[in-house]
Design a protein around this ligand. Structure first.
Ligand code: ATP
Length: 233
């Protein structure tokens, strides 16, 4: 479904992504793990065209998409849920969700997607009229995922959805990601919490200082000596 071929990205003179290649198959949950600053966020930003590639190619559903403007890439069915629960704090939960579906002109489709979000996130339904800025951290995380779903993406890019959440909420968020995948959505999950990422995903890429150091079936990587020492202890 998505293939990055040997991509290189810079911030000014700093070479961040170094020949990163990865593939994501339809229906998979693929994880991208790595230490702080390894280049995980930059990989997501590169996929949606927020960072320009110096070289390499990105193909999505058989079409080359690197070089296209971000809105054109998103229009093809990709959504990025950025790190840090960026909700609109002075808008209600419902208004935040409607913002996520603003490109959808068909109101019955918007309603349908809202209903599905209420089923996935009953807590948001209870709080639909509350200002998003007054929600707890976990609820804001749910809201940013729910907002991402309003555009009905085929591929959901999630940047550190567990960051800063209490363990019980982390579990809930992970459960929701699994449900979203069960609905047929493909997921690329960026996580610093390697244990969670390996547990939830089918395949994992390990990024170290901008390079793919290792990749493989998540269950097998869990047993890998380097992964265990560097990420699971
Ligand atoms: P984190 O978990 O901390 O977000 P990450 O693996 O997602 O880490 P990136 O955010 O992709 O890492 O950052 C990769 C490298 O690029 C880091 O060295 C970071 O300092 C640098 N970097 C990120 N954003 C910028 C920017 N806007 N300008 C300059 N350098 C940046």
């Amino acid at each position: 479904m998505l293939e990055a071929r040997s991509i290189n990205t810079y911030y000014g003179p700093m070479h961040i992504l170094k020949d990163v290649s990865l593939t994501i198959g339809q229906g998979e949950i693929v994880a991208l793990i790595g230490a702080n600053g390894a280049g995980k966020t930059t990989t997501l930003r590169s996929i949606v065209g927020l960072n320009t590639l110096k070289s390499g190619e990105i193909h999505y559903k058989g079409e080359r998409v690197d070089g296209l403007p971000t809105h054109e890439i998103l229009k093809r069915g990709i959504t990025l849920v950025p790190e840090g629960r960026r909700v609109f704090p002075n808008m209600s939960v419902l208004e935040n969700l409607l913002m996520g579906g603003y490109l959808v002109k068909n109101m019955s489709l918007v309603k349908e997607r809202l209903e599905r979000n209420w089923t996935l996130f009953p807590r948001l339904l209870e709080r639909q009229n509350q200002l998003a800025g007054t929600l707890s951290g976990g609820e804001q995380q749910m809201l940013s995922i729910a907002r991402g779903l309003m555009s009905e993406p085929d591929l959901l890019l999630l940047d550190e959805p567990s960051l800063g959440l209490a363990p019980i909420l982390v579990e809930r968020v992970m459960g929701v990601i699994q449900e979203i995948n069960d609905m047929g959505k493909t997921v690329l999950l960026v996580e610093q919490n390697a244990y969670l990422a390996l547990e939830l995903s089918t395949r994992t890429y390990v990024l170290e200082t901008g390079r793919v150091a290792l990749d493989g079936v998540s269950l097998e990587l869990m047993e890998n000596e380097h992964v265990r020492r560097a990420y699971l202890t």
